[in-house]
Design a protein around this ligand. Structure first.
Ligand code: SF4
Length: 152
């Protein structure tokens, strides 16, 4: 989707947007079926960015305890438990501005994504800013959806 299309969606009256989202929902999810999804913070707090709304920012005292990027063993244990409890989607979020292709942390995230994907779960991530190279590699590793706020 192009930015202009996203912008047109974003600037709609709220109730138009709600009606459209309801129609999309009904097209894909009839009846009372729901998908179970587990969300895990794989890197928590201590973000160097100064986003005043965000509890992960190191610039504010928010009570969030800083935690480095989790090992793939820890993530896999959580993902296996989630699958055994009925989750078919596993989403991972990291508190940093973004990741870059070629960096050690990006390679670690790719490996985590591959392993979670090998469990047969849909994988989504929220890793801050990425570019086309990172997006392609994440998709190849098994990511099916990318969550990110849009700002202007
Ligand atoms: S870059 Fe993301 S994680 Fe970091 S403070 Fe801003 S919103 Fe929070």
């Amino acid at each position: 989707m192009k930015f202009a299309e996203l912008s047109a969606l974003y600037h709609q009256p709220l109730f138009d947007l709600i009606s459209q989202s309801r129609a999309v929902h009904l097209r894909h999810w009839r009846g009372e079926e729901v998908q179970r999804c587990t969300l895990l913070s794989i890197k928590t707090g201590g973000c160097g960015e100064d986003c005043a709304y965000c509890a992960q920012s190191a610039h504010y005292s928010t009570g969030v305890e800083r935690e480095d990027l989790l090992s793939h063993e820890v993530v896999m244990a959580v993902a296996r438990r989630a699958r055994s409890q009925g989750a078919t989607r596993f989403c991972m979020g990291a508190a940093w501005r973004g990741v870059h292709d070629g960096s050690g942390k990006f390679e670690r995230v790719l490996e985590i994504v591959r392993q979670v994907s090998s469990l047969g779960m849909e994988v989504c991530v929220t890793l801050g800013e990425i570019g086309p190279a990172e997006a392609r590699k994440l998709k190849a590793a098994g990511v099916t959806a990318y969550n990110h706020n849009i700002t202007k």
